[in-house]
Design a protein around this ligand. Structure first.
Ligand code: SAH
Length: 357
């Protein structure tokens, strides 16, 4: 585990919420309260490892420090959550934040893993044609504390034999458009003073905000997924309009030069749309585009959205596409849709159903 003391790039903390703070910040705060530095780790252990929700629980702190903290700080925000369960074991959490905005997170159990799909923003500004979250527009960024609240909420919903093993920022929002708070969240998740999660178990998915991709991998060794979806600028301009700012050649050139760890590869997500991007010619172009870099492809069935003329490619078409990539020595997996019956699948997160009062 790494003792991420970083990062100069972060804005000065203005939060009084302990779930937003890094070790350095808590040390300063403890010092200004007149106590010893080691108390900082003690407090953060209560907050992140033991899931304390009040300072009163921290019985091994001096009473004076506890009452100082109580008067000046909070631990997390009150959130309430509402769970829908899919027949396939997927569970969607609808989480209400203290300004009544709502976000969704998804618990996805598979044979060997339990993955938590996390949101990074309320809504999204990226306007991808096929994504339900895009329809909300961007309401606001999540704070680190709110991103982490999804983990605490998910843990409460797990069965006794389950434990979260993987974390993917593939829920609502574009994580790299909320960079300072994302990097702070990742520091808290991966540090020994925080949650102690290995960065290898965390994946950040981006529509392709090139400068931020480079910064991310320079600052933390998490996995990167890039939502590609098209092999020509003409089509990608339409499906993912951010392509007009960072066209394919710029995006892929940046991917080629990213500081990847040894043996790690970038995952390229590709939503399969019937008659749009799923032809044999598309597969061949994709192969060519990705040949110069260390990547693998994750083919995703398109999950339908009301009012959209887009349709998913057939399983046969997805498999034929996959076969071409494999024959060209490019690793390509197929992502099965999970949680379709509760609108928890990729691109379906759209906080429309509200928590019953
Ligand atoms: N903004 C980030 C992360 C959120 S989206 C990104 O763009 O990567 C997570 C994945 O779900 C992306 O690959 C996205 O393209 C995909 N997705 C969006 N809408 C979808 C839909 N209707 N069906 C299937 N996948 C979808």
């Amino acid at each position: 585990m790494n003792d991420n003391r970083q990062t100069s790039a972060e804005p000065a903390p203005t939060s009084a919420d302990f779930r937003d703070l890094t070790l350095d910040e808590v040390e300063q705060l403890v010092a200004s309260a007149g106590d010893r530095a080691y108390r900082a780790r003690q407090i953060l252990h209560w907050v992140h490892a033991r899931g304390a929700e009040s300072f009163d629980e921290m019985r091994d702190l001096p009473a004076a420090l506890r009452s100082y903290l109580k008067q000046n700080f909070t631990i997390g925000h009150p959130v309430s959550s509402f769970v829908s369960s899919s027949t396939d074991g997927t569970r969607k959490l609808l989480i209400r934040l203290d300004d009544a905005e709502e976000i969704e997170s998804v618990i996805i159990p598979t044979e060997k893993r339990v993955t938590l799909c996390m949101s990074s923003q309320v809504g999204c500004a990226m306007a991808c044609e096929f994504c339900a979250t895009a329809r909300m527009g961007l309401h606001r960024n999540l704070t680190s504390s709110e991103m982490l609240a999804q983990i605490f909420a998910a843990r409460r919903e797990l069965n006794a034999d389950e434990e979260l093993t993987n974390y993917v920022f593939m829920g609502m929002g574009e994580p790299l458009a909320n960079y300072p708070r994302l990097i702070r969240t990742l520091a808290i998740m991966t540090s020994d003073w925080g949650m102690g999660i290995s960065p290898r178990r965390i994946t950040v998915s981006t529509v392709g905000l090139v400068p931020m991709m480079e910064r991310l991998l320079n600052e933390t060794p998490v996995n990167l997924a890039v939502s590609l979806h098209a092999t020509t600028n003409e089509l990608r301009d339409r499906l993912a309009p951010i392509n007009q700012r960072y066209p394919l050649e710029v995006l892929l050139d940046a991917c080629r030069n990213l500081p990847l760890k040894r043996r790690s590869r970038i995952t390229f997500e590709y939503v399969m749309l019937a008659g749009v991007n799923d032809s044999i010619a598309d597969a061949r172009r994709l192969l060519k585009l990705l040949a110069p870099l260390r990547g693998k492809v994750n083919l995703i069935f398109y999950n339908p959205m009301e009012g959209s003329p887009l349709r998913s490619s057939s399983r046969a078409a997805v498999e034929a596409f996959q076969a071409i990539l494999k024959n060209g020595n490019l690793t390509a997996t197929i992502r099965e849709s999970r949680g379709l019956d509760i609108a928890a699948a990729c691109g379906q997160l759209y906080a429309e159903q509200h928590i019953p009062a």
